[in-house]
Design a protein around this ligand. Structure first.
Ligand code: TYD
Length: 136
């Protein structure tokens, strides 16, 4: 899907467990300026419901499982994240909704810019209006 793809990171496995290193611009398609994580999401909750105009992000489920619905004016997909060595890259003008957070799930997000509320499109009709120019 346009501006949306899975990234496989290293999974260094030994008798002690698993280790995944992520180096900015080497393992990510952008320089990482910000990280945040989402935890303790109650059952049945859906979050997200927005797109960004400029921001690039990689979403990684560090524990448990989480589903992400990604949409543009022409396509829609649901991706389940349940492996800490896999990231979902989401670029500009992709609408996302996160749901089915399993108990104890942890969603880590790597982002290309500092937080900027003006970069968000939170209204789906406005999203369609702006995104249609890119996806036509
Ligand atoms: P939001 O991005 O809307 O979360 P989600 O898409 O997962 O539902 O952010 C929720 C709140 O947190 C909102 O008030 C903005 C704030 N926030 C920050 O202050 N800094 C950040 O880096 C992020 C991602 C959110």
């Amino acid at each position: 899907m346009y501006n949306c793809s899975l990234i496989k990171f290293k999974d260094i496995t030994d008798k002690y467990g698993h280790l995944t290193p992520i180096e900015s611009k080497i393992d990510t398609p952008f320089e990482v300026k910000r990280i945040y994580y989402i935890t303790r999401v109650k059952q049945g909750i859906t979050r997200g419901f927005h797109s960004h105009r400029k921001l690039h992000q990689v979403l990684i489920c560090l524990n448990g499982s989480i589903k992400i619905r990604v949409k543009n004016p022409k396509e829609e997909e649901v991706v389940e994240l349940n492996d800490p060595s896999i990231g979902l890259y989401i670029g500009p003008y992709v609408w996302r909704e996160m749901f089915d957070f399993s108990e104890e799930s942890v969603l880590l997000v790597l982002a290309s810019e500092y937080y900027d509320e003006n970069d968000y499109i939170r209204d789906y009709d406005l999203y369609l209006k702006e995104a249609i120019k890119i996806y036509r």
